[in-house]
Write a protein that binds this ligand. Structure first.
Ligand code: SF4
Ligand code: SF4
Length: 228
């Protein structure tokens, strides 16, 4: 199976975007969070994205966004399972890398880390660039995506890393619009963000009550598709 047929398989399974990064692009990732730390046979990282609908920003209710976020997470997990099984029939070992749950958790700072940073993997696989809001922003769908990834034991043709100065010097919509002050210098303070954004309905169902950094970005639906 070549790179083209691998990508066709990923897209046919239901992904909307797919990119490839060789494992050596992850050399500067933290110890323990590189692809080969997780899967020593890994040679390529297959990163894919599932689009989420922009209509979640056209309501004042937080429930549609919360629902979409949860279902999209399950969808990318299901896709990574399907893709791994299909690749195995082609004699390619591919390890699904879920973004959650976290194995690393610092209780004091409420900081979690997935097995591997999928947004950095998406950047390294040429899917998009990371904005000042710390979200991966793709040319096609902006930040309205959910990411999945697999580690494959075959060398695939890498995609070029995209370059774009997404965040102009003048734009501070995400940082100034963050009610918790969690966004500084292109990093997010997870404790501040979680404390503000993780809420619940009156009945106690968990919902996401802040996603303003996603909502206010002029590139949220694709690079420069929304006027600043
Ligand atoms: S989700 Fe809300 S609180 Fe968290 S970083 Fe974004 S704007 Fe700030
Ligand atoms: S709101 Fe502005 S500064 Fe923030 S990520 Fe989007 S373009 Fe960059």
């Amino acid at each position: 199976m070549n790179t083209t047929t691998v990508k066709e398989l990923v897209l046919a399974a239901g992904a909307d975007l797919c990119g490839i990064a060789p494992v050596d692009r992850f050399a500067s990732a933290p110890d323990g969070f590189r692809p080969t730390d997780l899967f020593p046979d890994a040679k390529s990282v297959i990163v894919f994205a599932k689009k989420i609908p922009a209509s979640v920003f056209q309501t004042q209710s937080d429930i549609p966004y919360s629902f979409v976020d949860e279902i999209a997470l399950h969808e990318v997990l299901r896709l990574s399972l399907d893709i791994a099984v299909r690749l195995e029939t082609e004699h390619i070992a591919a390890l699904p890398v879920p973004s959650e749950p976290y194995e690393y958790w610092d209780k004091e700072s409420m900081t979690g880390r997935g097995l591997m940073s999928l947004k950095h993997a998406g950047y390294l696989a040429g899917l998009g660039v990371i904005g000042r809001n710390t979200l991966l922003c793709t040319p096609e769908y902006g930040n309205l995506i959910k990411l999945g990834a697999l580690l494959a034991d075959v060398e695939l043709e890498p995609d070029p890393v995209l370059e774009n100065k997404l965040c102009s010097d003048k734009c501070n919509l995400c940082t100034s619009g963050c009610p918790s002050g969690a966004l500084t210098n292109g990093a997010v303070d997870q404790k501040k963000c979680r404390t503000w954004s993780e809420g619940a309905t009156e009945k106690g169902a968990p919902i996401i009550v802040c996603y303003n950094c996603r909502r206010v970005c002029p590139n949220r639906a694709g690079w420069k598709t929304v006027a600043m």
